[in-house]
Design a protein around this ligand. Structure first.
Ligand code: PEP
Length: 250
């Protein structure tokens, strides 16, 4: 039985004060969703603050990105071992904003996935199609290609220690949510594709949905057979809204 995971992706938002308030609210209400795994992914610079505040709480934390390198002359990068110093559990890799705004391709994303695993972090691998790709009817082949890059580099068993987030690009930050059935169809495709290679991995891996999830639509999404929680952008910046989403998985 897969547990529901709700992970907040704060993106480029927050300040020391606003994060203190947000975390207080989340910690105060997290107990109401005790059977749900909860995590937040702040900007790198706030990870020490988050780690200190959340230590001993049921809420885990992670990064929004990770370097594919361990150390050395890579200006601006943050490695898995650095994230481990602050007890990060997760690292998001291949978010569509990294792919589209910073030209991170499938192969680079796969190397980041590998670096996260090598460092003992759980990668949250984001996959998903653009609106144009959906309209062209190539959603499945796009998602398959994004997954294959990781499987070719790391092997399918690597997904035993990972999370997949299906995030249709057209639904991210747009207020347009995929219908539960649209999301379920792609989740089932992903699980089916993995099952062809390794049934155990397919059964175990959590596949999150991301794209304008809110308190009002989370329950119907999480009720679908292959949706194991959500990767939450905008709504994760409001403690009450985020907690409503968490409770929807309880
Ligand atoms: C995201 O960025 O991962 C995301 C799902 O954003 P939003 O919830 O704002 O659509």
């Amino acid at each position: 039985m897969r547990q529901i995971l709700v992970a907040g992706n704060w993106k480029l938002n927050g300040s020391r004060d606003s994060i203190e308030q947000l975390l207080s609210g989340i910690v105060a209400g997290a107990g109401a969703a005790a059977n749900v795994q909860i995590a937040v992914c702040p900007p790198f610079v706030y990870i020490p603050q988050v780690a200190e505040r959340l230590a001993g709480s049921p809420v885990a934390w992670g990064s929004q990105d990770i370097s594919d390198q361990d150390s050395g002359a890579f200006t601006g990068e943050v490695s898995a071992s650095m994230l481990n110093d602050f007890n990060c559990k997760y690292a998001i890799v291949g978010h569509s904003e990294r792919r589209s705004l910073y030209a991170e391709d499938d192969a680079f994303t796969a190397r980041k996935f590998a670096a996260a695993r090598k460092g003992g972090l759980i990668p949250i691998l984001c996959v998903g199609e653009t609106l144009e790709e959906r309209e062209q009817g190539v959603t499945e082949s796009v998602v398959a290609r994004q997954l294959d890059a990781v499987i070719e580099l790391e092997g399918v068993a690597a997904l035993n220690d990972a999370v997949i987030a299906y995030e249709p690009v057209w639904a991210i930050g747009t207020g347009k949510t995929a219908t539960p059935q649209q999301a379920q169809d792609v989740h089932a495709f992903i699980r089916g594709k993995l099952a062809e290679l390794n049934v155990g991995v397919a059964d175990k891996v959590q596949i999150l949905y991301g794209g304008s999830v809110k308190g009002a639509n989370a329950a119907e999404l999480f009720a679908m057979a292959d949706i194991d929680g959500g990767l939450i952008g905008g709504a994760s910046l409001d403690a009450n809204e985020f907690l409503k989403i968490c409770s929807a998985g309880a």
